[in-house]
Design a protein around this ligand. Structure first.
Ligand code: ASP
Length: 327
């Protein structure tokens, strides 16, 4: 855990907020009180884990004046295309039957969203999710329907199972033990949040889900409100870790609503994790992490990791704090 950067500010986007420019001429139209007090948010992007290449790609787009939506799509695609990342896109670990099934969702500043669940044979589920958002009246497409839709939109059929992931799956099959736990060192779902120069926030989340999961299992990552939520009045949040726990608390929506009530992104992430911990006092053997950002560009992140009981977490400070481990 310590070797990973959970939350990555891209480029120089550290503070995320600039002062409002002063009026230079009395001939200018008078600024409203709202204009004078409103912070001007500079572009900023954050993502889960240490995906520097992904955040750099998104940052490149934001710096050129591109939209947050384009930035998050292009950013997370970097991980979808990275065969060495075995929990996202091509190279992802398969389900217990040897099929790589991908989940992704995307959401824009206007509350538009799209998602694909258990999508096979398509390299960039985030782009299919965007097509669902933009080209259909629906939010989610699943399985064969999503795949068929992707082909209709021009996506190519590809083999997502790399030799490495196949070999590991065959090895796993020798034991056939079905214990659907997230491998702590290898669950690298990417969730990304960005604000563009127009002050629009967008988010994307993409994963191959839990390794060797039951066929048909879907976690939080493509579920709007669980794995990702964006509200341009408040901010956004996205999750990684054991999806079932995130779904049970509607985690990302919860965090955005906590920010709406006045909590900072950091406080909101901590409260979101605390709710999950409360429900799992006796069996904290999983990992969950959230990142969040408000419309001022303030960020937060929080994570729990396995091996400790609830009491140990709270007393010995084993809850990872971004300033210690993730920034
Ligand atoms: N949240 C993902 C899922 O449950 C897995 C992960 O983040 O590693 O499918």
């Amino acid at each position: 855990m310590k070797r990973r950067n959970f939350l990555k500010n891209s480029g120089l986007a550290t503070a995320g907020v600039l002062s409002a420019p002063a009026l230079t001429s009395c001939e200018d139209a008078p600024a409203s009180a709202a204009q004078l007090s409103a912070p001007v948010v500079q572009p900023i992007v954050i993502c889960t884990w240490d995906f520097h290449n992904a955040s750099a790609k998104a940052w490149e787009i934001l710096q050129k004046g591109g939209t947050a939506l384009d930035a998050v799509e292009a950013g997370v695609k970097v991980e979808e295309d990275d065969v060495n990342n075995q929990t996202v896109g091509t190279g992802g670990r398969p389900d217990r039957d040897g099929n790589v099934t991908l989940d992704a969702c995307i959401m824009d500043h206007a509350g538009q969203c799209g998602a694909v669940l258990a999508l096979q044979h398509i390299a960039n589920p985030i782009s299919v999710a965007r097509k669902v958002m933009e080209d259909t009246p629906h939010v989610m497409l699943v399985g064969q329907g999503a795949e068929q839709f992707a082909y209709e939109k021009g996506f190519e059929k590809v083999n997502l199972l790399t030799e490495k992931s196949k070999a590991e799956w065959l090895e796993w099959k020798k034991t056939s033990a079905y214990k659907p736990i997230i491998n702590i060192e290898n669950h690298d779902t990417i969730g990304m949040l960005a604000i563009d120069e127009n002050g629009h926030m967008a988010g994307g989340c993409t994963t191959s889900g839990m390794a060797y999961k039951m066929a048909g299992r879907v976690g939080d990552s493509p579920i709007i409100g669980a794995g990702l939520f964006v509200d341009n009045e408040v901010g956004g949040a996205t999750a990684t870790g054991v999806g079932e726990e995130v779904v049970r608390t509607v985690g990302s929506f919860l965090i955005v609503e906590l920010m709406r009530q006045g909590k900072s992104p950091q406080e909101a992430c901590e409260e979101g994790v605390r709710r999950i911990m409360e429900k799992n006092k006796d069996k904290l053997d999983f990992q969950i992490g959230f990142i969040a950002m408000n419309m001022k560009g303030e960020t937060g992140s929080y994570c729990i990791q396995p091996g400790f009981t609830y009491r140990e977490y709270s007393e010995n400070g084993h809850i990872n704090h971004p300033s210690e481990h993730f920034l």
